[in-house]
Design a binder for this molecule. Sequence first.
Ligand code: COA
Ligand code: AMP
Length: 245
Amino acid sequence: MPLLSLRMRASLKGRHVSGAERIISEEDIPSTLCELLRRPGEHDFMKLTLERLEEIEKLEFNMPISSYEFRSVEEGRDFALKELVLSGVPEDVAKKGLDLLSMGANPKGGNMRGAVLLDVETGDRLEPDLERGVRTVRVDWKDRSAVKSELLKRGFTERTLDALAIAFKNICCGVLAELCWSDDPNYLTGYVSSRELGYVRITPLKERGDPLGGRIYFIRREGVGELIRCLERRAVLISSLPQLS
Ligand code: COA
Ligand code: AMP
């Protein structure tokens, strides 16, 4: 049965306010369209993209998930630094990643529209466009509602559902480690993920009210073009419930 990628993005006065994507079969188009149409809050522009996927890779989710809470952002970020080092990122490069996200990784100020690619050996930025970055797209859960209810039951959020899918695809494409916190001023949980440690949720990684956030992908310079193609183009459908630890 052919599968399709349905993507939605919405903006208000030129500012991105909401994005989502699903990989679905034809029969699910009407219900998914309704869901995504209702998803953004206030917006004055919405774009929906529906495309047939020629090839799709089915992958079994196999990352452990863990959660840690700290009393302060400083403690949370110190812990994130240690987790990145345990994942094989040299300490100075891991620090550079944390500094970039804290100050806003867009050279023109503020957030980017995708992730920073950081050379794990030198700390050089490798994304072709430093304001845009690189986005991980064409990824979804095979049984999204079952995974969602399992995560919600365990006290996680719907954000975790989407972030887990992105983080898992990233590792499968060859990202060595990832650091993320949201640009939502009210969402303080972020994560480090890597093949070594799995998906490590950390609260708080930012102060309430802070509008800065983003993603840093720690990668090897060799094969960066291939990695970008994988992140942006390869369609991945993830099966099975996460084994929560
Ligand atoms: N942030 C800011 N701007 C974005 C954006 C984002 N996440 N996604 C799209 N845009 C804007 C950009 O201006 C982009 O232009 P660019 O390519 O020059 O950056 C423009 O919209 C066109 O984007 P488009 O090509 O239509 O998007 P896409 O096909 O790459 O799809 C989304 C991207 C919308 C699917 C993706 O960004 C997204 O939101 N995925 C879901 C992620 C998620 O669930 N996050 C929450 C938990 S972590
Ligand atoms: P969010 O978790 O949606 O708040 O996004 C946090 C940051 O991650 C954004 O500011 C972007 O810089 C980046 N980002 C958003 N979507 C993607 C994506 N699909 N792939 C890579 N980076 C993204």
